[in-house]
Design a protein around this ligand. Structure first.
Ligand code: PLP
Length: 955
């Protein structure tokens, strides 16, 4: 038989692994939608005027194996030293069971934010555990389900304090012992809001001159002190008291609640989450019950389902930017859910005794270290501490730092004459001995008689983590099964397409996920010397170059650690530019009605006034209204925020004009890059007239959503804005001369370690692969729109009848014809094993579907089958064939409990539980029936309910 060469490329990542439909499937889909070829479809869909001139050129794409080799080489350029720098980042031991079963488990990391509670009960329970842990450790009643980092959590606390305080003072006090990056992020946040930040000694605070104050313990140099007197003074002045506290220290130290603190914030990084050169890790915030409605971020609460069984869901959502927009409590959307889950599991894994033991060991080691230094004649400060000491070394500072480096240890340079040392869970005796050697002390760390130096008035007296969940049998068998049980309750990408419009739930490939677990990326302190982060620098430089080429911008800042944070950073950059031009008064921001809620919320954070622009009939920006408003506000126009392609999923041809009008009136154009998945390789925001955009790397560039974070929202800017990009105190920024926007995140490159994912994605896809992905994303959306034509109205098509990478399905007519709401449709899709599309945004009562390029034709067809079956059920109600209340749509989702109990419904068990799309053997069973949101908000419970409640639910 002759040898027939095959043209199949088994290691082509873009076309074999990342892009779902095979060439044959694509042809079949093109036939359905009536397009001759993929190119013809794109020509039909994307206006010629917005197409980019040159193809993306990144060189030959790497195979998975080549990628991992390459990443290994780059990883090896990072040097993993023992970092005793502290400053909010610590060595920690990630329990392998948590690393494998959570961090590296797609069932956890590919899940979406738990807005659909019935299919999110597992992660909602884990996040409730997180809230319970934080609430217990801080001694405050309500905690949220994470914030982005400690610095931003402190900034959020400042604005929350302003909302709550009865004091009319305009200043906010910040303890000089807070971490420098926290102070800097707070200052950035305060500046546009006209809040004066007074940094000083807590003993000198004048409570009547501030609306709130922030303190920290342990302080950045180790001080541990009771802030009760400060709280009393603040309360007497009707002001609000905030502390930043290390949750591990709180296992030993008097808790914020016992000091009368109103808001506590901090980082849970050292609860088993690697430093990762800055992130991602979960920050926390806790407050008094009375203040919960003013709290930013998501809050998990306990409610009941349609059968009265206990069920979790996100509570008090009306505080959030989705609904309140510029009046929201903050712009936080993506937070740090996956890392909060990890931290909560760390607490479950160790329990209160384990955490206390870890904290005591760290403390005892620090005491021994201090004693060794003192006995050698060094002056150690403070006298009472937890894990951090500062040593006065006078002129020896450089020598000590250098000797420590030679020992493989990073210490912290404090001023000109001192050295800071913070110990952690990973510190071993030889570390302590090596530190001593760096100070010229030869001594064995073998004196094991324990000594404690926590100040007497700072010992914790109350219990914590008393809930049974923190006392389960901690055999790994039990732990593994607990994590598995929770994961099984949820519907993530590892089971089914998640067709969420504007969220781009694409493949998060395994090879992309591997490097971030490597010690060379995971165990780098964000403030370690630059020489130790050469691998990170190479990655940031190359990824920035690629993102510049993709977007048409000239510079990238990797600092923002979410999309909304990117918006905020971008607007600050614009504001700094205006100031530099002597135009600092410009404060009007035009935002179309259809914008994502984070846009107006971010504009508000930089002190701008939002002027809403109408949408035309076809969903486009109403150009006349835009022009009229730009003219009206010409003198004060700061800029506009538009999304491209629009949130309606259309490539608006008027985009150049919108940008031109804005520029003509002295404004800058912010193009929200959340929809970049429709543009990469085809069109560039920088060419359209954008001055700045954020990119949601957790959408377009393959970082998983993690059940509500992590994310990364770097911004790209045109060259005139680059001097004004966010700076960072640890990087120094002399060339910027103070003109920059100030730091927006605690770490210079935000959640740096997950940049490995986006970089790996770009390297394996290559320019052509990325472009092909965009085209297939558009194909997939058009295929769904075409197949559902007739059954559903598809809103907002382009002039040629095509949609972009997503489409809006109109379910509003069903409410009139059959009393079926968009909610009913969304819940019914769960019975078919699907996460609902984006509900009621940007148009109330509709569903926005975004399949992404990663879904195969078979999966798209399964979804279409499910949607057509929903339509048939609506039809049955319209035709009077089934009761308008007692039907599968209203009872959705159906649980296994429904299946086995007495059945008295006018439709079969088969129809109820196994609608088209549902797998027979691998059926996904929602663990609860429809969750009652209103009940949960009326009876708010945000910590784990007592065990009896679980027992009752089980009965
Ligand atoms: C259009 C748009 N802009 C901004 C954002 C905010 O991004 P993030 O959730 O990362 O803060 C989103 C998030 O869904 C979005 O869809």
């Amino acid at each position: 038989m002759p040898f027939t060469p095959t043209d199949y490329l088994p290691y082509d990542f873009a076309n074999r692994r990342h892009i779902g439909p095979s060439p044959e499937e694509m042809q079949a889909m093109l036939d359905v939608i009536g397009a001759e070829s993929l190119e013809a479809l794109i020509d039909d869909t994307v206006p010629a005027s917005i197409r980019q001139a040159a193809a993306l050129e990144f060189g030959r794409p790497l195979s998975e194996r080549e990628l991992l080799f390459h990443m290994r080489e780059v990883a090896d350029k990072n040097q993993v030293l023992t970092s005793l720098i502290g400053q909010g980042y610590h060595g920690t031991v990630t329990p392998p069971a948590i690393q494998r079963n959570i961090l590296e488990n797609p069932a956890w990391y590919t899940a979406y934010t738990p807005y659909q509670p019935e299919i999110s009960q597992g992660r909602l329970e884990a996040l409730l555990n997180f809230q319970t842990m934080i609430s217990d450790l801080t001694g405050l009643e309500v905690a949220n389900a994470s914030l982005l980092d400690e610095g931003t959590a402190a900034a959020e606390a400042m604005t929350m304090a302003q909302r709550l305080a009865k004091s009319k003072a305009k200043a906010f006090f910040v303890d000089r012992d807070c971490h420098p990056q926290t102070i800097a992020v707070v200052q950035t946040r305060a500046q546009p809001l006209d809040i004066e930040v007074i940094v000083g000694n807590p003993d000198k605070m004048q409570a009547d001159q501030v609306f709130g104050a922030l303190f920290q313990y342990p302080g950045t140099y180790g001080h541990v002190r009771d802030f009760t007197p400060q709280m009393e003074a603040l309360h007497a002045a009707r002001a609000i008291g905030v502390v930043a506290a290390d949750p591990l220290a709180l296992t030993l130290l008097k808790e914020p609640g016992a000091m009368g603190v109103d808001i506590a914030v901090g980082s849970t990084q050292r609860f088993g989450v690697p430093m990762g050169a800055g992130g991602p890790h979960a920050a926390y915030m806790a407050t008094r019950d009375a203040y919960k409605r003013a709290m930013p971020g998501r809050i998990v609460g306990v409610s009941i389902d349609a059968q009265g069984n206990q069920a979790y869901r996100l509570s008090l959502q009306t505080r959030e930017q989705h609904i309140r927009r510029e009046k929201a409590t903050s712009n936080v959307c993506t937070a740090q859910a996956l890392l909060a889950v990890m931290a909560s599991m760390y607490a479950v894994f160790h329990g209160p005794k384990g955490l206390k033991a870890i904290a005591q060991r760290i403390h005892r080691k620090t005491v021994r270290l201090a004693r060794g230094l003192e006995e050698a004649g060094f002056k150690v400060d403070p006298k009472g501490f937890f894990d951090t000491i500062t040593v006065d070394v006078g002129p020896l500072q450089a020598a000590v730092m250098k000797s420590a480096l030679d020992e493989g240890i990073n210490l912290r340079r404090v001023g000109e004459t001192r050295v800071g040392i913070t110990l952690d869970e990973t510190t071993r005796r030889d570390t302590t001995e090596a530190v001593w050697r760096a100070f010229g002390i030869t001594r064995a760390d073998d004196e094991l008689a324990p000594e404690y130096r926590v100040p007497a008035d700072m010992h914790r007296e109350s219990d914590y983590l008393t809930h049974p969940i923190f006392h389960m049998n901690r055999a790994e068998t039990e732990m593994m099964r607990y994590m598995r049980r929770l994961a099984d309750r949820d519907l993530a990408l590892d089971r089914a397409m998640i067709p969420l419009g504007s969220c781009t739930m694409k493949l998060n490939a395994a090879a992309e996920m591997m490097p971030l677990s490597w010690p060379e990326f995971a165990h780098i302190h964000p403030f370690a010397p630059a020489a130790q982060q050469a691998g990170y620098a190479e990655m940031v430089t190359d990824l920035s170059d690629k993102l510049c080429q993709i977007t048409g911008y000239d510079a990238i800042s990797m600092q923002p650690n979410s999309g909304a944070q990117g918006e905020y950073a971008g607007l600050l950059t614009i504001a700094a530019y205006h100031r530099a031009q002597g135009q600092g008064h410009r404060n009007i921001c035009l935002i179309p009605m259809s914008a994502h809620g984070t846009n107006p919320a971010s504009a508000q954070m930089v002190g701008w006034k939002v002027v809403v622009v109408k949408s035309a009939e076809n969903g486009d920006i109403d150009l006349d209204d835009f022009r009229a408003k730009a003219e009206k506000h010409s003198d004060n126009l700061a800029g506009c925020m538009i999304t491209y392609p629009s949130t309606h999923g259309v490539f608006e041809e008027t985009v150049h004009e919108v940008c031109q009008i804005t520029h003509d009136h002295g404004g800058q154009v912010y193009i929200d890059g959340a929809n970049m998945n429709a543009m990469v390789g085809i069109s560039r925001p920088g060419d359209l007239g954008g001055d700045v955009s954020h990119l949601n790397l957790h959408k377009t560039f393959a970082i998983p959503h993690g059940g509500g974070g992590p994310g990364m929202g770097p911004i790209g800017v045109k060259s005139h804005l680059s001097p004004h990009l966010p700076g960072h105190p640890e990087q120094g920024h002399p060339e910027r001369g103070g003109a920059d926007a100030g730091p927006v995140s605690a770490a210079p490159y935000g959640s740096a370690s997950i940049l490995t994912i986006s970089w790996a994605y770009c390297l394996m896809m290559g320019g052509a692969g990325l472009t092909q992905a965009t085209k297939v994303a558009i194909l997939n959306a058009n295929y769904i729109a075409k197949r559902l034509e007739g059954a559903y109205g598809v809103l907002y098509k382009g002039p040629t009848g095509r949609v972009a990478h997503e489409c809006i399905l109109d379910t509003r007519p069903f409410d009139l014809s059959a009393g079926v709401t968009v909610d009913d449709v969304a819940k019914r899709l769960m019975d078919s094993g699907f996460h609902a599309p984006t509900m009621s945004w940007p148009v109330a009562g509709t569903l926005m579907v975004e399949p992404t390029e990663s879904e195969t034709k078979a999966e798209l067809d399964r979804f279409v089958d499910a949607m057509l079956s929903v339509r048939a059920e609506v039809q049955a109600i319209e035709d009077g064939k089934i009761d308008a209340q007692n039907n599968p749509l209203k009872h959705a989702p159906h649980t296994m409990e429904d299946l086995v109990k007495d059945w008295d419904r006018p439709y079969s068990r088969e129809q109820g539980c196994f609608p088209p799309g549902a797998f027979r053997v691998d059926k996904y069973w929602p663990p609860v029936n429809r969750v009652d949101n209103a009940y949960g908000d009326r009876n708010l419970i945000c910590t784990c309910p007592p065990l009896e409640d679980y027992a009752e639910a089980a009965e």
